[in-house]
Design a protein around this ligand. Structure first.
Ligand SMILES: *Cc1c(COP(=O)(O)O)cnc(C)c1O
Length: 432
């Protein structure tokens, strides 16, 4: 059978099943909110309703109980939740915040909102989260916080990183957008640092269209997040807030409709994650016959929830480049129903190491005079995170063929495509 990249018939053209998590329960919940006549109940002044309406508060209570956190604070995205967390951590102009180069951009850009300077540390080559040794090498007297990311669904290396944070007096902000339900030593990801931030956007395990939730056990941090969420500057006087640092509020309020949907979604999380894990096991057991593919390592003590399944490809063993190989497998497979615009859910690498983006290379964020980068002298040169660069440009590939909507027959087609290309890899040109 000729490879599809060479004009042959693809293994499969019928789209994979749609990944749709919202259904009748969500419809009913949304209609009930509309019938109540109140689509949002926030007031931006010091009032009982400063904390939002019934759905928002119920979601917060249920979220906190589910994940075992003292506080949950609903916001309108994970990005805005990260902004709240950086503000609550007291990051000031010129402070350094250590971030990962291999994540969705918001986890690295959040410090900029308060004038903080992102400093990139390298990642682990087996788990792809921030590497504790690289973090320690980047800590200076100006370091204020670390934004760790539970990347691809795996908790960060909380033991050594939290110990570093304690030693140097740093706040740990955990971006757990990709890992709702993951655990480390029995504790939920999101609750491993000082504050954790979840995402409820359309691409995540569960979603309300857009949305986010911050969790923390710290009363003072929780209160700051709640203030920043809803125009803090307008209420500090009436409320008697004395610490004015970063109390420049925004409007990060989640609506009652999103909260009502999120409450239904939270009830489905555990079952959805179990199906995902079942699919991962099915795929991993059958991909082992391709010796150049290494499946993701799970950190000892961790439960991974596989936002994506991130594997490594050994070009030398394969005798073909990762890009040529993955490109050929992509050509054999279809997109997911209802997500045509997202293309085939398989890609070489993940995101380009973030420090290579123009904003960092040219040091232009707010205004044209280099603020806030000019308050320090950060190094964003190529080569500074060699593991991340090697993973992205040479070894890593990610796929979403473990989505809970996939059945074993669908995964069989994926495996057929991988094996077809593997057997005929000699026919692929070796260009990158
Ligand atoms: C999706 C994602 C975000 C942003 O989430 P939004 O809710 O869209 O703002 C942040 N960090 C990571 C790691 C993500 O995957």
């Amino acid at each position: 059978m000729k490879l599809a990249v060479h004009g042959g018939t693809p293994v499969r053209t019928k789209p994979f099943p749609a990944y749709v998590t919202a259904g009748e329960e969500e419809k009913k919940a949304v209609c009930a909110v509309i019938d109540s006549g109140c689509l949002s109940k926030y007031l931006g002044c010091w009032h009982e309703q400063f904390m939002g309406g019934v759905q928002v508060r119920a979601l917060e209570e249920e979220w906190a109980a589910h994940f075992g956190a003292r506080h949950a604070i609903a916001v309108n995205s994970c990005t805005s939740g990260l902004y709240c967390a950086v503000g609550a951590a007291g990051v000031e102009p010129g402070d350094e915040v250590i971030v990962s180069p291999y994540t969705m951009s918001a986890s690295a850009t959040a410090p900029l909102v308060y004038g903080g300077i992102p400093v990139f540390a390298d990642i682990e080559e087996d788990c792809f989260c921030l590497d504790p040794a690289s973090i320690e090498a980047r800590i200076t007297s100006r370091t204020k916080a670390i934004v760790v990311v539970d990347i691809f669904g795996q908790p960060y290396d909380a033991g050594p990183i939290n110990a570093l944070a304690a030693k140097y007096g740093l706040t740990v902000i955990e971006d757990t957008a990709q890992a709702p339900g993951a655990k480390l030593d029995g504790r939920f990801a999101g609750t491993l640092g000082h504050m954790g931030v979840f995402s409820l956007n359309y691409h995540k395990h569960i979603h309300s269209g857009e949305g986010g939730v911050i969790v923390t056990d710290d009363d003072a941090l929780a209160e700051k997040c709640r203030l920043i969420r809803n125009h803090a500057e307008a209420v500090v006087e009436a409320k008697g807030v004395t610490d004015l640092v970063n109390m420049v509020g925004f409007n990060y309020r989640m609506t009652e409709i999103e909260a009502a949907i999120a409450r239904c979604q939270l009830k489905k999380l555990t079952a959805l994650n179990e199906k995902r894990l079942e699919n991962v096991r099915y795929f991993e057991e059958r991909i082992t016959s391709i010796p150049a593919i290494r499946v993701p390592k799970v950190r000892p003590g961790a439960e991974h929830v596989y936002y994506v399944h991130a594997c490594r490809f050994d070009e030398e063993m394969a005798g073909v480049s990762r890009n040529a190989f993955i490109g050929a497998v992509r050509a054999e497979l279809p997109h997911h129903f209802l997500r045509e615009q997202e293309g085939v859910k398989l890609g070489a690498g993940y995101v380009r190491p973030l420090y290579l983006q123009p904003m960092f290379q040219k040091r232009v964020a707010f205004g044209s005079k280099g603020y806030p980068f000019s308050l320090g002298n950060p190094d964003y040169s190529q080569g500074q995170c060699p593991v991340c660069e090697r993973m992205h440009f040479e070894e890593l590939f990610t796929h979403e063929f473990v989505l809970p909507s996939m059945e074993s027959a669908d995964i069989e087609d994926v495996l057929l495509a991988f094996h077809k290309v593997w057997e005929q890899r000699g026919a692929l040109s070796n260009g990158k």
